[in-house]
Design a protein around this ligand. Structure first.
Ligand SMILES: NC(=O)C1=CN([C@@H]2O[C@H](COP(=O)(O)OP(=O)(O)OC[C@H]3O[C@@H](n4cnc5c(N)ncnc54)[C@H](OP(=O)(O)O)[C@@H]3O)[C@@H](O)[C@H]2O)C=CC1
Ligand SMILES: O=C(O)[C@@H]1CCC=N1
Length: 272
């Protein structure tokens, strides 16, 4: 059966680590490579043999996916605007660039969408935070379908929460990798061979996350089930919980990431 595409033609401006992972996920989900074209001023070829334009093409696209670094936006916005007419949705993965900043740069677009994925897009496991301005219900449905091909679609009601959702779901893998690394390093310091400690830590987190996702029980209850009364786990949890150490650290971490998003939003607002 022919696959119905949420957006038939998507131009990717900034085909890097993040949008590359999204394309890996979309292709794995069955999208044809011909759905995606890339603009890059210098590159002549990119992964998956996607068509590359060194100049902005004259044709209209159903969506333009912005995947450049946030501070690059004004290097491309004015030249890209003529392509962003009333049939084109702007999808932006740019951290800290608000709907207002997008709408001001692309005022004729069908709608603007902040689409915040993470690198697990490549495996179809990205929690995608979404918010839009000006996009009709059908367009939002298409964005939901596109997001669900690479994970889940979480529409936010209030843009003031977007930077926090980005800190949690977009930056989150970075925080989890640090935790895995700390577990492995700690076990190494206490006596396990480093490579074995890393293998055990990665496999443990993979299994624990899969179990949390599949279980009807919340993580707090799962932790309780691991900790036998008077046993080993409880002694370790006591260290993480003492004076709210872990909760305090994690809240500070999320606050710092969220606040940087707000600073970046102010920079993008001021520039235009
Ligand atoms: N990395 C992540 O986990 C996440 C990133 N994001 C967002 O994704 C965006 C990109 O981040 P990331 O993928 O990590 O960064 P990358 O540097 O990997 O990707 C940016 C890409 O943009 C290209 N580029 C630079 N200038 C231009 C230009 N003028 N026209 C077209 N393309 C250009 C770069 O090419 P070249 O290398 O040749 O300069 C590069 O391929 C950011 O806005 C970030 O906020 C969001 C969620 C998660
Ligand atoms: O670090 C960043 O700014 C981006 C946003 C989420 C993940 N990477």
């Amino acid at each position: 059966m022919e696959r119905i595409l949420a957006f038939e033609k998507i131009l990717i401006v900034g085909f890097g680590t993040m949008t590359g992972a999204m394309v890996d996920g979309w292709l794995a989900a069955g999208s044809p490579a011909s759905q995606f074209e890339v603009y890059h001023p210098r590159k002549t070829e990119v992964d998956h043999g996607l068509k590359v334009h060194n100049h902005f093409p004259g044709t209209q696209f159903d969506a333009i996916l912005l995947g450049i670094k946030p501070y690059i936006i004004d290097e491309i916005a004015a030249d890209l605007e003529p392509l962003a007419g009333p049939r084109t949705v702007i999808l932006s993965v740019l951290a800290g660039v608000e709907l207002e900043s997008l709408a001001r740069r692309f005022p004729r677009a069908r709608g603007v969408v902040r689409f915040m994925p993470n690198l697990a897009s490549a495996l179809g496991k990205s929690p995608n935070a979404l918010i839009s301005r000006g996009l009709d219900a059908e367009g939002c449905g298409s964005v939901t379908a596109l997001a669900e091909e690479i994970g889940t679609a979480e529409w936010l009601d209030d843009e003031s929460q977007f930077d926090l959702a980005t800190a949690l779901a977009g930056s989150g893998p970075g925080f989890v990798y640090r935790f895995i690394d700390a577990l492995a390093a700690g076990a190494g310091e206490l006596g396990l061979p480093a490579d074995q400690a890393q293998r055990l830590a990665v496999a443990m987190v993979e299994g624990a996350a899969a179990l949390a996702a599949a279980s009807p029980h919340p993580p707090q209850e799962l932790a309780r089930r691991v900790a036998s009364p008077g046993g080993m786990t409880q002694k370790g949890l006591d260290v993480l919980d003492a004076d709210g150490a872990l909760d305090t650290l994690v809240t500070r971490c999320l606050r710092a990431a969220r606040d940087r998003g707000q600073e970046m939003a102010a920079e993008a607002r001021e520039k235009h």
